[in-house]
Write a new protein. Sequence first.
Length: 234
Amino acid sequence: MFDGAASIGATQVLPRIRFELPAAEWTCLLGPSGVGKTTLLRLIAGVADEATLDGTIAASDGAPLAGRIAMMAQDALLLPWLSVAQNAMLGDRLRGAAPDPARADKVLAGVGLAAHAQKRPGALSGGQRQRAALARTLMEDRPVVLLDEPFSALDARTRVQMQELTATRLRGCTVLMVTHDPAEAARLGQRILILSETGLAEHPAPPEAPPRAVDGADTLAAQGALLARLRGAA
Ligand SMILES: Nc1ncnc2c1ncn2[C@@H]1O[C@H](COP(=O)(O)OP(=O)(O)OP(=O)(O)O)[C@@H](O)[C@H]1O
C-alpha cells in the first residue's frame, strides 16, 4: 500500500496519492511527463534518495519490501565494462551468490540476445540494451517487479514479442509498469491507473488475462477509451 506525497527540496514531485497494488496482478501507470511516475517507482523500490516521502509504503503481509523487488529503470544502467551475459547475472554477483550462466543464456535467448551475450553494452543498439536490461530484471526472480517504460525503445514487432514474453514470465508476480502507450496498457494491464497533478484515477481494464491480442476488440476499445481520456486530461 502506498499512501503519501513526495517532494525534492520545497518542490512537490508527486501529489498525495493512495493506492494498493493487487498481489499477482499487472498494474499499468500512465500520466503526463514529469507528473512523478518514475519518482513513485523509485520510492517503492527504496532508491529515491533524492526525494522526501511524506507518508508510508507497506506490503500487505507486513513484511519488509526490501529484497522482494526487482526494478528496471528507464535509463537501464548496464555496466559498460561487463558483457551482456555478465550484466544479466549482476544481481547474483552483487549478492555474492553463484551466478547461473545456463539460466542467463536461456533468458538472453528469450529476449533475442543469444548472439550478443558476450558483447559489451556499448556495442548494442538502444533497443538491444533495453532487452539486456529486461533480461537482468527477469533474472532477478522477485515477486514484485517495477518496470519503467521497459519497451519504449523497441520496434513495433519486437515490442509486441517482449510484451508477450514478459507477461508470460512474470505471471504470478505483482507488477507495476509505467508506460506512455495506451495500446500497451490495454494489452497488459489488469488494472490501469492514471496519475495527474491532482492525484490518481482508475481506468477500466479489459477482462481477459494478459497478454491480450493486439487487435482484440476489447483491447482496441480500451486503447481508444484510454487515449481519449489521456487527451482530455492534457
Ligand atoms: N533528481 C532530481 N532533482 C530535482 N528534480 C527532480 C529530480 N528527479 C525528478 N525531478 C522532478 O520531479 C518531477 C517528477 O519526475 P519523474 O521523473 O518522477 O516524472 P515522470 O512522470 O516519470 O516523467 P516522464 O514521463 O517524463 O518519465 C519532475 O518535475 C522532475 O523535474
